[in-house]
Design a protein around this ligand. Sequence first.
Ligand code: PLP
Length: 411
Amino acid sequence: MPGAFLHPFTKPVRSEFVSIVRGQGATLWDTNGREYIDAMGSLWYCAVGHGRTRIADAVHAQMTQIAAYSCFDPFTNPVADALTERLVGLTRIPDARVFLCTSGSEAVDTAIKLARLSHVMAGHPERTVVISRNRGYHGTNMGGTSAQGIAPNRDGYGPLVPDIIQAPHDDIEAMSVMMAEHSSRLAAVIAEPVQGAGGVFPPPEGYLADLRRLCDQHGALLIFDEVITGFGRLGQWSAAEHYQVTPDLTTFAKAVTSGYQPLGGVFLGRKVTDALESDPNFLLRHGYTYSGHAAACAAAMVNLDIIEEEDLFTEARRVGARLGAGLQALAADGLIDHARGEVAVWAAAMRPDQNAMHIRDTMLEMGVISRAIATEALTFCPPLVTTDAQVDRIIDVVATAISQNEKVSHG
Ligand SMILES: Cc1ncc(COP(=O)(O)O)c(C=O)c1O
């Protein structure tokens, strides 16, 4: 019998779960005392590793002052002010401002709404069309669901948000045709610089720069969804920095706190903020109860300190290089079809005769947590503090799990 908790992205009939109770670095323990290596950084977010009492202490200290207080007009709090001042120094977008929320899905909906709103305020209410890409994942709120490039994630929810359409991924010609078709009605293009939950697909050479050029040509805003790629995963604060392409808006969440508190947000460039600031009597009717949540902002501040002090950009390159080389060696041995990834986020693409879900289950029994993207790929997004020995163990377990599954299916 399933329990009271209806789990996210899980069959509602499932009744057995791995119940995680503790973590330290890249190591986790479940209620039975079993140990695991967290090769997914939980759900792509735990950059600084688990068990950071420093972050817990900062959250505790903030909560004993005030846990949270509304940031709706006329209120603010010092830690939300300090965090946003600090964040604008970390984005490639010049003179940016930051909107705060609590999740990637809220960040995506915010980016879509504010992109459309800025066109309205700039005198172009007809610019409502948003193009996303196939294979893209932009969360599960209505805006993000409408922008989903993973078709099954859109099914069953009735009519979605109008004027959000999908272009083929990584095909700049197809994107160019679609943009030309909607040119004068385009509000924005939203893209993950490296598609994550769709299976870890880095962009083709020059693709993001071409996307920037097309957006400029058609008067569309470019939104980078950096919910996975932000805050160290690519050895930089952002994929924008890594690929040297500047968007107009950037969504973030996940590694901004490494999950110690739920926090997300959107960086907004001048094209958006100039429009929003153009009428001094305009009131922004968008916001969340927890926009600027003080305890969440306190967690982010210490998380950013740790990323800087422990030089986790360098660590991302170390972890990613070892993981990538290990997976590529498996591909060279024919154990997987191929490996793909960028810096510290990777996928092992399965051969057609393999089933990633079965391999994931075997790996779990062996104490390594990966994520299966349907039957096609295993993904890896380990904490940036994962040790070399742990990375080696991850690769060993992938190889062993694959061999065991082959024995089962062939013999
Ligand atoms: C690129 C991207 N955008 C948006 C989201 C949604 O974030 P959340 O689950 O925090 O709502 C995710 C979550 O994985 C993501 O990977």
